[in-house]
Design a protein around this ligand. Sequence first.
Ligand code: ATP
Ligand code: MG
Length: 230
Amino acid sequence: MIKLEHVSKIYTNGKTSFPALDNVSFSIEQGEFAGIIGKSGSGKSTLLNILSGVDRPSAGSVEINGELVSTLSGRKLTKWRAANIGIVFQAFHLIPALTLLENVLLPMEFAKRGSRKKRRTRAMELLESVGLTERMNHFPDHVSGGEKQRTAVARSLANDPPVILADEPTGNLDSENAIQIFSLFEQLADEGKTVIIVTHDQELAEKTDRTLQVKDGRIISTLARERGLL
Ligand SMILES: Nc1ncnc2c1ncn2[C@@H]1O[C@H](COP(=O)(O)OP(=O)(O)OP(=O)(O)O)[C@@H](O)[C@H]1O
Ligand SMILES: [Mg+2]
């Protein structure tokens, strides 16, 4: 389960400070598929970064599957994140010097997961699941935005994390590919993984179990739906 309590994030630049998140509290159950919506600048990426421990809250606590993430730091945090969270960054953050296949392999190598051969097989399967078998030996700079995005999705799943946090994972995709990626997340939630996506796509948001609407750093509405009704 994911539990945020009174989370605030204040960015300070010199003399100015900006409250990107203001007293945010909510819980998401294991196996839930949640969507976060809200206008540009409302605090969605900030919220995901705080959930993954990429960023630290200015106040409040974040608990994920019994771990108080907001108090972890250094190697402990890095290790916890590698084992527990799959992240799809809004700007992908693929490593340009590595092929798509090598990018997907990297988290498994970092976590020393299985044998070399098993890692390779898994990376190839993940790339296949996002329709990138043909492109796996290309470098990120030589593929399209949507292909980079799909690689980032495949990479986020590499270590089979119980929690997946994806920032606009279908933002660069045509509707057919968007639905394919969305279905992949849906399937993962059905298998018991907790999936949180940020999306601008109202239609996709309506197909999740719970929609959180963010405005000016606050959650202004939470809509839970019964699984399977839509
Ligand atoms: N490092 C930072 N320093 C100062 N302000 C920041 C920083 N990062 C984000 N902000 C500000 O915090 C607010 C929330 O940013 P955030 O990236 O979370 O928005 P978002 O909802 O993800 O927007 P988008 O839909 O455009 O991705 C914005 O007003 C942004 O300018
Ligand atoms: Mg964002």
